[in-house]
Ligand binder design. Structure first.
Ligand SMILES: Cc1cc2nc3c(=O)[nH]c(=O)nc-3n(C[C@H](O)[C@H](O)[C@H](O)COP(=O)(O)OP(=O)(O)OC[C@H]3O[C@@H](n4cnc5c(N)ncnc54)[C@H](O)[C@@H]3O)c2cc1C
Length: 304
């Protein structure tokens, strides 16, 4: 059996991310969600810790860590706000793609602003007809001299309309996964436009919108790697790590509520604690003021 444990350095990184989350994310997350606030300042503060280029190489200005460290950081931040953690995770993936596969000129043009998150990057893969089946994407890039002409539309893009840089998966070749390339497209290139912000259940701290490309002329120099090299989805590990924090925090909150109410745990009330279980409904925190809320930051801000 393989024994798996974190190294001292990894624990330190995890602790740093947890402290940042407790100080800068958790106390504000409910307000961000309720009022649809995109916390750009907090995101930049995360970048000051190096979280804008976690696995970007040190030679390019990143902090040169690995995917495991990135997953630890995303997991820690998701404990405060999954939506903000996922947003930062996507930016990290985009910066890493430029660092790993971009030309020196492309790195020089984008990384100095992306690492401090002075400019933020989106990753554009999903289309209306290509979600899980990402390899069937249709957004097309046709070469015309020293430009590609890009036409199509991307759906559910985190940062859509707000971010300055878009790494867009486009079809330059055959059908299927082998005909896909990645282009870096700026928000202000002529022909780029954005749909309305998506209506979501939660996840309101991040803007999410359709991104449209109407014959956008993109320099060939903005190709990341070579034609056909783009992978439909390399960010699943960080997303999975961030997702773990959602049930973990829910469990912690439930445990805190049960403890506060001072109800002895029994087989029947701990397995399925609902108002109809053996815990008297009068003691559930939302309904009885004498049961204090778990922590201020867990609750919506008081109405004005
Ligand atoms: C808040 C938010 C932010 C997002 N941000 C981004 C982003 O920044 N960039 C980006 O590119 N995308 C983004 N997405 C899109 C996300 O990656 C897609 O929603 C996801 O890939 C699933 O695609 P879909 O919504 O079209 O679902 P579908 O592909 O329609 O799938 C719906 C369900 O059917 C299941 N399913 C699909 N096909 C099969 C099959 N053949 N057999 C069995 N089951 C199947 C799926 O597992 C899923 O449970 C975002 C989405 C949301 C909600």
């Amino acid at each position: 059996m393989t024994q798996f444990d974190l190294t001292d350095d990894q624990r330190e990184i995890q602790e740093l991310a947890r402290r940042f989350t407790a100080d800068a994310i958790t106390p504000h997350a409910a307000e961000w969600d309720e009022h649809h606030i995109f916390p750009r300042d907090t995101i930049r503060a995360a970048a000051e810790l190096g979280f804008g280029g976690i696995y970007v190489s040190e030679s390019s200005g990143g902090i040169g860590l690995g995917r495991l460290e990135a997953a630890l950081i995303m997991e820690a931040m998701a404990y405060g706000c999954p939506s903000t953690s996922a947003f930062i995770s996507i930016h990290n993936m985009a910066a890493w793609m430029i660092d790993s596969y971009g030309s020196d000129a492309l790195k020089a043009a984008y990384l100095p602003d992306l690492l401090p998150m002075a400019r933020i990057a989106s990753y554009c893969l999903t289309e209306a007809g290509a979600g899980s089946d990402a390899a069937s994407l249709k957004t097309k890039a046709v070469k015309d001299g020293d430009h590609y002409v890009v036409t199509g539309s991307k759906q559910f893009i985190s940062g859509g309309g707000e971010n300055e840089v878009y790494l867009v998966m486009v079809r330059t070749g055959q059908e299927g996964p082998k005909g896909i390339s990645c282009l870096v497209i700026d928000k202000d290139m002529p022909g780029v436009s954005f749909g309305a912000q998506e209506r979501k259940l939660g996840w309101h701290s991040q803007p999410t919108a359709q991104v449209n490309f109407d014959a956008v002329r993109v320099p060939v120099a903005n190709l990341v790697g070579s034609e056909g090299q783009a992978s439909p989805s390399p960010w699943r590990a960080s997303t999975a790590a961030a997702s773990i924090s959602v049930p973990v925090r829910s469990a912690a909150r439930s445990a805190a509520s049960t403890k506060r109410c001072n109800i002895p745990r029994t087989a029947s009330n701990s397995a399925n604690p609902s108002p109809t279980s053996r815990i008297p409904s009068s003691c559930w925190p939302t309904w009885k003021p004498s049961c204090k809320p778990p922590a201020r930051s867990y609750m919506p801000p008081p109405s004005k």
